[in-house]
Design a protein around this ligand. Sequence first.
Ligand SMILES: [Zn+2]
Length: 459
Amino acid sequence: MNHYHFKALLQNEGWLSPAFVSTDTSGLITYISNQPKGNVRYEQVDGYALPGFQNAHSHAFQYAMAGIAETHQTGAVADDFWSWREAMYKVALTISPDQLEAIATMLYCEMVKHGYTQVAEFHYLHHGKDGVPYANLAEMGERLVSAAQTAGIKITLVPMFYQKGGFGIAPQSHQRRFISSTIDDYHKLLEATKKVVAPHSHANYGFGIHSLRAVAPQDIISALGSVDRDLPIHIHISEQLKEIGDAVSYLGKRPVQWLLDNADINHNYHLVHATHLDNSEGQGIARSSAHVVLCPTTEGNLGDGIFPLVEFQKLGGKWSIGTDSHVGLNPLEELRLLDYGQRLTTHHRNTFTNQTEGDSAVYAIKQSLISGRAAMGNKESSYFKVGEPLDAVVYDASSPLIAASTLENVLPTILYSSDSTHCKGTIVDGDWIVKDNQHKTKEQITSSFLRALNSIAVR
Ligand SMILES: [Zn+2]
């Protein structure tokens, strides 16, 4: 059992200040009030507690190459998504299960340090280096779950159905670690994943189609028709203009339109990127109650484009954030970049709240949290209430700008003018995982990570 006394804590209806919170041995909140309870001894925390951020899109192995694809090679025609993808394949082909676990543990440790308390791992690096499945089909997935446990983050493992090398193209040799040839093969992988997460309270799973280009159209339709009712469904879509042109040539429709016309898209769907939408596609997503997952630092890094957020929000569209290739790990940066992309293209400010009166920061935190939780299969929309786990990121109340702010200005000050150095710590299931900016097992995690990176020699 733990007892915390925060300077303030953010609930759906606003700040609770001061905030006295108690948890049971499982980390569930048993008491929350602005008054202390009886003779309880509270840990005094000079900080503002926000609900832990939800990282709705991650490819853990890509952390190994973050920041090293930024050099233009002599003779290269252009550096774009497709040339970056070639570099990514090279990394994907070299990583062993031990190395994946070491890389993911470091990455997840850094995520917790930046305030994420749950991650959806969009996982397609399934098989051995030669393309032969491991004896445990979900070996690599199991390593990701283990990494999450060591790092102290909750994980939603989403194994991907990846079958093709492109629209109507057989899988290529460099994609051999990703492939499930048939729906049956994918279901076996999904079953193995289910077994891997079952014993863990911090892990669950979802259903995934890598992209429209990676699975035959008829198999996408059949696979989506077979999904258990409540599983979150993740799919990459409309990230690149070339992909849209290819979809129009092969499927006769733009990707989102094809999906809307061929699957029963609903609130369980999480469409990752959806960068390039026409009006009717945006309307179709919003009407279906599906969510989009936006990854602004990666989308910027890869030159994907800018998602039409202002129009999407006018239609009532819902969105979460993810760090995808992990060139950035700060949720505040994802939210700011998302907002600033819209400001730069519309020449207006406060684009998050153009349809509803109110504070941009309040809106962004709430929207990214609720859709982010949905991406993990969690339908809970309240934050910090009795019976829920205490998952929180705490910002330092003594940080000068925050200390000088009235309570109503604290949240926008955190979102628009802070970085990870203002993060005091992160609590998952009632316990500090990161405290005073230090992860409790970081030294050991870092040395395993450095050993792994040294042996794969990609940087
Ligand atoms: Zn992705």
